[in-house]
Design a protein around this ligand. Structure first.
Ligand code: HEM
Length: 267
């Protein structure tokens, strides 16, 4: 865009290629073509209930920036239909656990981590590199954009082929349980830490309870106990809660994921 400012962030200024290997991707040749070999300077995220609004906003963006930007790539995405709205393509409810931003989130729910505003917003209390940021960056944040492909039939086949054979469970229930233990939540959103063997859709829908857990139980050894939620569960790996709490700084991200591709295509 014709200007450059140092934002005092090592990862950001390194660009998308320097740390590509650390993401665990099998090389950048698997990346969407546009992101290979070209430096992408910006991402516009447009969200609305109506495509007309999106089209109008995009026209306004183009009018504003004119020929100073070149559009490299567009990805359209939308919430899944019917009772799958809010669920990602494997069928799991998403968007339940987010950090509460101190001073910005009105009523943090039980179990929700409360973080200093500067953990997310530049130039606010808790931003450890506040002094090195340009003033225009205040209240901005760093966006990580990742496009991931989900192999849904393969995932479902793996669950069907490997049901957890607990006494009293049908093979179908055993497969559902395996999926829940891989994610750390049932498809309904209920956490396995609170509903370890059977789904509990009422718990899943209750914001006062569905995030109120930290994998610890009095009298049980946190360092070895994975009877309810395995250490390898997606939510326990990405947010270890009590596992990491003593003496470790907590790292939080605000997540916004949306399924792309129409239903039935590519999965
Ligand atoms: C296609 C890939 C992915 C799928 C299907 C997926 C799915 C999910 C689901 C179903 C949840 C539980 C809902 C919730 O707690 O809000 C979740 C939570 C989470 N995911 Fe992912 N995820 C994916 C990739 C990622 C990646 C790449 C990251 C990190 C860079 C990530 C970080 C998190 C975090 C931090 C949580 C919240 C954990 C917590 O606070 O308990 N996820 N994800």
């Amino acid at each position: 865009m014709g200007f450059y400012h140092f934002l005092n962030d090592f990862h950001f200024s390194g660009g998308q290629f320097r740390e590509a290997a650390e993401l665990g991707d099998p090389g950048t040749d698997q990346w969407v073509g546009t992101f290979r070999g070209k430096k992408v300077h910006g991402v516009f995220l447009l969200a609305s209930d109506s495509t007309t609004v999106i089209d109008a906003e995009w026209a306004a963006v183009n009018q504003l920036f004119g020929s100073s930007i070149t559009e490299l790539y567009t990805l359209s995405a939308e919430a899944r239909p019917g009772d799958q709205a809010g669920h990602e393509h494997f069928g799991f409810l998403d968007g339940i656990s987010q950090p509460a931003i101190n001073g910005f989130t009105a009523n943090p729910a039980p179990g929700q981590s409360i973080v200093a505003p500067g953990r997310v917003l530049l130039g606010r209390d808790g931003d450890e590199r506040m002094l090195g940021r340009p003033s225009w960056a205040k209240d901005g944040s760093f966006l990580v954009f990742r496009q991931l492909k989900q192999l849904v039939p393969e995932f479902n086949k793996f669950l069907r082929d490997n049901p957890l054979l607990l006494p009293g469970l049908t093979p179908e229930q055993g497969s559902e349980l395996l999926g829940a233990r891989m994610v750390g939540r049932w498809k309904s959103g209920a956490p396995v830490d609170l509903a370890p063997v059977f789904d509990d859709p009422t718990l899943a829908q209750d914001p006062m309870r569905n995030n109120n857990f930290d994998f610890s139980y009095p009298g049980e050894d946190l360092a070895s106990n994975q009877t309810r939620c395995p250490f390898s569960a997606h939510i326990r790996k990405t947010a270890p809660r009590a596992d990491f709490r003593s003496g470790n700084p907590e790292h939080h991200i605000v997540r916004a994921g949306i399924p792309y591709d129409p239903e039935g295509i590519g999965f």
